[in-house]
Design a protein around this ligand. Structure first.
Ligand code: G6Q
Length: 539
């Protein structure tokens, strides 16, 4: 990859810093008044998605500079490096090829001189065959019984994707099947998930790239014991399958390779949903819907790879995020889907974004010198409106928000959808344009209450409006945010595809566990940790 300039020392960065100062006193009211076509000028339509980014604090000059900054950072070359299988994950010496999992064009992609597509297709077709058989009641279970419950056991990237997508695409799922997602090592999670299930009709999918993750292995062993207690050891192969890159460890657990669905070290956990980690989702929505989702991912991949920067949705979202994070001091961003099925969307991208871009050194290991990935959070509307929107409207912090909504509901009951969407439109309008003191007075509000009733406005939002939350649209949406994260990582010159912070957690817990098992072991931590462990040992 080309050498990356210290991004904050570029001419584009310096110009943006100057412009940002003046923009702190510019209001969205002024920007819209100055340009009556702003609401359509700063909008993009791509296939199923419409992005309106006009309610942001920028003008044409700022946007050009932001796009020039992305270019200066080497975005086009970096993007090609990812799509063509270069080993851009430098600290693990790995390619980053989640785009291959949904490469529906089948165009070859080479890693170490070998086309990865035959392997990708083989796994997808085995998954489809397996999913069809489970859905048809032709796989596993006890003689004369069919699988009625599927329990995915995984954590982080091996849990959040399928759990989020299962919720998102529930209207497309087989409602005769029950799905559970067990992730937390807290015994409560597995206990609650299993308490009303019948072992004879339950299928476990142990999803772990490494097959060593403490939480997943503990939950998998507990589930195995639960099954064996009821049905005996010989039932294990009929009720357990694995999704992993570690065939030997899967075999040691008692799952044969014919019941293992593989993936590769070039798929990061948090980007693994469109491959074998999505097995539970595929069983739920069926292979056809799963492939429609992959089509959506692929369409967005192509858009990201080929659209000019000014018409490129992920790039636009990325540079606007940079604008607020680096020039306005925004610490976080909120993802606000107005669709109950997207209840886990923010949690999913909290991981994808914060694990990818929560980095402090550049690719070459130097301090990055600028603020990197934002804190990502959010809840579905309208619930958030009755909780944290107060701070969005009248607090002292700047929180850029993405609103995601749909023209049609999957559950068109009465006027619910119109009510939901009236809130959706009203919120971005109010955040942008606020309510001035004069407007408040005109409502007859007593003078001493006026300051409390003023809404400053100029709170930036993006709005994504799509027809409906179907599998293809869902794939496009997820890929949109994935590529936004990639683009920001390139601009900041950080490595978005390793996660040493996660590794640390895995190591530390392993060190303390023996001390909790054996109270006679001496404690050599700091005085705080020692005392906490001592109290825990007392029971
Ligand atoms: C994701 C992270 C992390 C990972 C989990 C589970 O990108 O690497 O969240 O997915 O720690 O790891 P395993 O799949 O190896 O169990």
């Amino acid at each position: 990859m080309p050498r990356h300039p210290r991004i904050d020392r570029t001419a584009e960065w310096r110009s943006l810093a100057k412009l940002a100062k003046s923009f702190k006193s510019v209001s969205l009211r002024d920007l819209f008044a100055a340009d009556p076509a702003r609401g359509t000028r700063y909008a993009l339509a791509f296939d199923k998605l419409y992005l309106d980014y006009s309610k942001n604090l920028f003008d044409g000059e700022v946007l050009s500079l932001l796009l020039a900054l992305a270019d200066r950072a080497g975005l086009p070359a970096a993007r090609e490096a990812m799509f063509t299988g270069r080993k851009i994950n430098l600290t693990e010496n790995r390619a980053v090829l989640h785009v291959a999992l949904r490469n529906r064009s089948n165009a070859p992609i080479f890693v170490d001189g070998k086309d990865v597509m035959p392997g990708v297709n083989e796994v997808l077709s085995r998954m489809a065959d397996f999913a069809r058989r489970v859905r048809a009641g032709e796989w596993g279970g006890e003689p004369g019984r069919r699988i009625r419950a599927v329990v995915n056991i995984g954590i982080g990237g091996s849990d959040l994707g399928p759990a989020m997508a299962y919720e998102a695409l529930k209207p497309f799922s087989d409602r005769e099947l029950t799905f559970r997602f067990v992730s937390n090592v807290d015994g409560t999670h597995v206990s609650e998930a299993l308490r009303d299930l019948d072992p004879a009709e339950t299928l476990f999918i142990v999803a772990s790239k490494t097959f060593t993750t403490q939480e997943t292995m503990a939950n998998a062993h507990t589930a195995r014991e639960w099954l064996v207690r009821a049905l005996g050891e010989e039932a294990v192969p009929r009720h357990f399958v694995a999704v992993s890159t570690a065939a030997d460890k899967v075999a040691a657990f008692g799952i044969g390779t014919e019941n293992m669905f593989g993936f590769w070290d070039w798929v990061g956990g948090r980007y693994s949903l469109p491959g074998a980690i999505g097995l539970s989702l595929m069983i739920s929505i069926g292979p056809e819907n799963f492939f429609a989702m992959l089509e959506g991912y692929h369409a967005m991949d192509n858009h990201f790879r080929t659209a000019p920067a000014a018409e490129n949705m992920p790039v636009i979202l990325a540079v606007l995020g940079i604008w607020y994070a680096n020039f306005f001091g925004a610490q976080s961003m909120a993802l606000l889907p107005y669709d109950q099925y997207l209840a886990r969307f923010a949690a999913y991208f909290q991981q994808a974004d914060m694990e990818s871009n929560g980095k402090r050194v550049t690719r070459r290991g130097k301090p990055v010198g600028v603020t990197t990935g934002p804190i990502v959070w959010g809840e579905p509307g309208t619930n958030g409106q009755h909780a944290f929107y107060q701070l969005l409207h009248q607090g002292t912090r700047l929180v850029p928000c993405d609103f995601i909504g749909f023209k049609r509901s999957q559950n068109p009951v009465g006027e619910h959808h119109k009510m939901l969407m009236s809130n959706f439109f009203a919120q971005t309008e109010a955040l942008a344009f606020g309510r001035t003191a004069e407007e408040v007075r005109a409502l007859g509000v007593p003078e001493k209450l006026v300051p409390h009733r003023v809404f400053p406005g100029s709170r930036p939002t993006n709005t994504i409006l799509a027809d409906e939350l179907d599998p293809k649209t869902f794939g496009e949406l997820v890929a949109l945010y994935e590529h936004k994260i990639f683009t920001q990582g390139v601009i900041w010159d950080i490595l978005s595809f390793d996660q040493w912070g996660v590794q640390l957690g895995k190591e530390l817990a392993g060190k303390i566990l023996p001390e909790l098992r054996d109270p006679s072991l001496p404690l050599a931590h700091d005085s705080s940790t020692n005392e906490l462990i001592r109290r825990f040992r007392e029971g």
